[in-house]
Design a protein around this ligand. Structure first.
Ligand code: NAD
Length: 343
């Protein structure tokens, strides 16, 4: 028997909605029955572009939800709207999957998680950078004990990105708009939540951003494991990938990962010498297809989870730990102190 498609209203019809509407998971498994944007012409334009001629479009979320009664709301609106959109969708009995970051503030994130629990519905966050072959292969390699217990994880993020628009004028631009991806990757790679952080944030003299395009943070991840992040959105030349360049150090060796498909791993092979001898180990780049396609894989995993009454990997109860790293780093930068990471 053919499975019924999941009935979805998508909110926020800007740039990133294309990654959702154009994804294989949405094309094959979802019926978009409504599109909402505070600019109704944007909702109409996406309905036309993706061929949803019967979808209800408009600017008023409540009335579109009343009219269409969807199973799920996809929230692709701006960070300040994630809380009101999610709360409204939960009030209408919908499951929600929303863009990162979960929310603009920790109190709003807590409110959203509590509302999902109370409604008995799933609210999950898009963390597409978990769904690529490289990070999945790395995680599997580490789980097999290839370099022993982790002792330190370091990530570099340097991209001279000229977005224009809201990012040029917002506060804490790198920490608020980008590091959620890297910090969430660090949690995925280490399997740990952060406990404390010290962060220094600055605006270089030549910056085309008003505030905070550069930051360095040191996170304590428990049991002596340290995760460091260095990043900048106004570093011209020699860019890293958007997934960061990583050095992962375990008791038995080190892995270098470019954030894409390239690894170099060396493990100790002898007990003598000032520098101990090492041998190279291959990191097999194998990954199930269902986990290898960014947005599409994350949406597919979410749909599988709600159909099986399961809990998706980036459920709000988990993802709030990644968001807490962002807000603790900001607090540390603002106060020039080492601060606890609390949810
Ligand atoms: N996962 C990723 O890799 C990735 C990449 C880019 C952006 N994002 C995230 O996606 C979200 C949207 O970013 P974007 O680049 O598409 O921005 P955008 O400005 O292009 O689009 C946002 C859209 O939301 C609409 N909107 C704003 N408030 C709304 C509300 N209350 N109700 C309905 N619509 C509303 C705007 O009118 C606009 O059309 C942000 O949270 C951003 O951080 C994620």
């Amino acid at each position: 028997m053919k499975k019924r498609k999941t009935r979805v209203v998508l909110v926020g019809c800007g740039g990133i909605s294309n990654a959702w509407l154009g994804s294989e998971s949405v094309q094959n498994r979802v019926d978009i029955i409504g599109l909402v944007d505070i600019r109704p012409e944007a909702a109409l334009a996406q309905a036309q572009k993706y061929g949803y001629s019967n979808a209800v479009t408009g600017a008023d979320l409540d009335s579109v939800l009343r009219e269409t009664r969807p199973d799920v709301v996809f929230d692709c609106s701006v960070p300040e709207s994630h809380c009101p959109v999610t709360l409204a969708a939960l009030r209408h009995g919908c499951h929600v999957m929303g863009e990162k970051p979960m929310s603009d503030t920790m109190p709003n994130a807590r409110r959203m998680a509590a509302a999902a629990r109370k409604a008995g519905r799933t609210y999950a966050v898009m963390q597409n950078r978990r769904y690529y072959p490289g990070i999945r292969a790395l995680r599997r390699f580490l789980d097999r004990g290839a370099i022993g217990n982790l002792v330190a994880v370091h990530s570099d993020f340097f991209i001279g990105a000229h977005f224009g628009g809201f990012r040029d004028v917002m506060d804490h631009v790198l920490l608020l708009d980008m590091t959620i991806h890297s910090f969430d990757q660090a949690r995925f790679i280490t399997g740990r939540n952060a406990e404390r952080v010290y962060c220094h944030e600055w605006t270089p003299g030549h910056s085309w951003y008003r505030h905070g395009p550069s930051a360095s943070a040191i996170f304590e991840m428990g049991d002596g494991l340290v995760y460091t992040y260095q990043g900048s959105w106004c570093a011209e030349g020699c860019p890293t990938t958007w997934e960061c360049s990583w050095r992962i150090i375990g008791e038995k060796g080190t892995i270098l990962w470019d954030g894409g498909d390239t690894f170099h791993c060396e493990v100790v092979s002898g007990r003598e010498g000032f520098i101990r001898p090492v041998r190279q180990k291959k990191v097999p780049l194998t990954c199930p297809k269902t986990l290898a396609h960014g947005h599409s894989s994350a949406i597919g995993h979410f749909l599988d989870s709600i159909q099986a009454d399961g809990v998706p990997e980036t459920d709000c109860t988990d993802n709030i730990h990644s968001l807490a790293m962002v807000h603790a780093a900001i607090k540390s930068a603002d106060t020039n102190r080492r601060v606890p990471v609390t949810i």
